[in-house]
Design a protein around this ligand. Structure first.
Ligand code: PEP
Ligand code: MG
Length: 581
């Protein structure tokens, strides 16, 4: 049987990124390339005047961006925008558009998009690397001109996407945040992996999502209906009535499982034999505290401070940061809050950070902070001021060795002393931790443990760097395998180093909130797991229904296993606890 719109059903497999099943009409989000209707116009000269004014507005926009970057970074970073300004001066491109408007009598945005696309394709096919890279400049600049002509913000889905399933080639974390406000019911992307930041954000927003769907953009059409299975990573385009019926059972099973785990959400963090563990929340917005507390988090194990920067798309002042952190600490009502200092870079890019060939290995997180006291110190001041209101910890992301940790701590203690002179005293001493998420940090974990008050293991990055697999790249998503023995062994070494030194170790990467992994981590001696709030009930349920001995036995079995065996052991264990089989 066919779907209602008469298009054949088509199934595509991607990576499950956020749980839940959703179905709805497709909303195609063509980032940087809006869908432009072709219309005859009565006054081509007026169209050309619109083009001139759009070019002028774009010129002003880019010049402003250029000046901001020159001020905040340096002249050489800003010079990229000179190249962008040159595209706007390209007489050949502008002449081609003008001619096309006059000859065809079509609207200028349509003609502009056609010509721009032609130019992009010509440059993309060039042999010379330098010239090929100009295609990206042209795409970027012409996208801005198109925005001006259309008077739109093409990166936002907006009201029109309400109750739709957004389909895009890729999404940035800030796009994803916007989707939630737009009332989108699910999203699917061709690019991306389970731990890319847009996937993490989807989980915290509780929107079902599938990422890394090869061939998606080619298969999907405006007018399609799509079913998204965020549990298995399957998407079904134009599902038949039979497929929809079949899914009703699965949706019901998911609801039943959720109800069961929610019934126990407020019970203590104790295994069935009374061993304590502690489940905390990963959040990046004060609004998420409600969910965190609703699901009985015992505090915030990871506050992603860069989300404020991404929401504002600019560098917030100390005061703006203070207000946000103070709100979080107050809402936590005495529960501990761990602020991670700024982790911009990688796939979390602020508009005016220069592009890099390898952003995940580039100017990111603590590297940026150590070079930018004008950014780092106001953030630390804001955190320490908020700590007057309740217990706070601070951790530094992307620590690669002891030297870096010492420098970050030194700056922190200096800022703390400065505030003490101003009469600002935290409610309790602020403990300083290192995030362990780079293999070099894991290799010197013993030395880092000697200088840290605690460790927090960022498994999302650790797995990507350890296995040299980009966490957001769909092509290599199958290689991003936390069950790889190298990952298991490295985790054991990190936990061991912390335990030998007697400092607490938490896991705040996605593995901590995975009901498959949580039993293993606790079995390996980790007592604190921090996760997206929506993951708390299920992880709590699995751990509460386990006893410490069987968790240790599971860990003993897994440590000597290969990846496939590890996966089976973890799946069987969680399935038995959740009574899935
Ligand atoms: C991690 O890398 O595991 C982590 C928690 O940080 P993020 O996902 O923000 O890089
Ligand atoms: Mg990380």
């Amino acid at each position: 049987m066919k779907a209602e719109n008469n298009r054949p059903e088509q199934r595509l497999q991607g990576t499950a990124a956020a749980p839940g099943v959703a179905r709805g009409p497709v909303y195609l989000l063509m980032k940087g390339m809006a869908i432009v209707a072709c219309q005859k116009v009565s006054d081509p000269e007026a169209e050309i005047r619109r083009l001139e004014s759009a070019l002028g507005a774009t010129r002003r926009e880019i010049s402003k961006l250029r000046d901001d970057v020159a001020l905040k970074l340096n002249e050489s970073e800003a010079s990229i925008f000179d190249a962008h300004l040159l595209v706007l001066e390209d007489v050949a491109l502008i002449d081609d558009v003008t001619r096309e408007v006059k000859q065809t009598g079509f609207n200028v945005e349509f003609c502009f998009q056609e010509v721009a696309q032609r130019y992009i394709e010509i440059f993309e096919k060039m042999d010379d690397d330098f010239l090929r890279e100009r295609a990206a400049d042209i795409r970027d600049v012409t996208g801005r001109v198109l925005e001006q002509l259309l008077g739109t913000q093409p990166e936002r889905a907006g009201e029109a996407a309400k109750l739709h399933v957004v389909v895009a080639r890729d999404l940035t974390p800030s796009d994803t945040a916007g989707l939630h406000d737009d009332g989108v019911s699910a999203f699917v992307t061709e690019e991306g992996g389970r731990t890319s930041h847009s996937a993490i954000m989807a989980r915290s927003l509780d929107i079902p999502a599938v990422v890394g769907v090869k061939g998606l953009m080619e298969a999907v059409q405006e007018g399609d209906v799509i079913l998204v299975d965020g549990e298995s990573g399957l998407i079904v385009l134009n599902p038949t009535p039979e497929t929809i019926d079949g899914y009703r059972g699965k949706e019901q099973a998911i609801r039943n499982r959720r109800d069961r785990v929610l019934r126990e959400v407020a019970l203590p963090d104790l295994t069935s034999d009374g061993t304590a563990f502690m489940l905390l929340a990963n959040i990046g917005d004060p609004a998420e505290m409600e969910d965190a507390l609703g699901y009985c988090a015992r505090g915030v194990g990871l506050y992603r401070t860069e989300n404020l920067y991404l929401r504002l798309d600019s560098w917030p002042s100390e005061e703006v940061q203070y207000l946000e952190y103070a709100e979080v600490v107050q809402q936590a009502k005495g529960l501990p809050v761990t602020f991670r200092t700024l982790d911009l870079g990688g796939d979390k890019r602020l508009g005016d950070l220069a592009d890099e060939a390898n952003p995940f290995m580039g100017y990111r997180a603590v590297r940026l902070c150590l070079e930018r006291p004008d950014v780092f110190r106001p953030q630390l001041r804001a955190i320490i001021r908020a700590a007057v209101l309740g217990p706070v910890q601070v951790m530094f992301p992307m620590i690669s060795g002891v030297e870096e940790l010492r420098r970050a701590k030194e700056i922190f203690r200096d800022v703390e002393a400065e505030l003490a002179r101003e009469g600002v005293w935290p409610a309790s001493p602020i403990r300083l931790g290192a995030m362990i998420e780079i293999p070099s940090a894991a290799a010197v974990a013993a030395e880092l443990a000697a200088e840290s008050d605690f460790f927090s293991v960022g498994t999302n990055d650790l797995v990507q760097y350890l296995l040299a697999v980009d966490r957001g790249n769909q092509r290599v998503a199958s290689l991003y395998d936390p069950c790889h023995p190298a990952v298991v062994r490295t985790l054991i070494a990190i936990f061991g180093a912390a335990q030998d030194r007697g400092i607490p170790v938490a896991v705040c990467g996605e593995l901590g909130g995975d009901p498959l992994w949580a039993p293993l981590l606790v079995g390996l001696g980790v007592h604190e797991l921090s996760m997206t709030p929506a993951a708390l009930p299920e992880v709590r349920f699995v751990l509460r229904h386990s006893d410490a001995t069987e968790l240790r036995e599971l860990a003993a079995k897994v440590t000597c296993a290969d990846a496939a065996k590890t996966r089976t052991l973890l799946q069987d264990f969680a399935a038995a606890k959740l009574k899935l089989r």
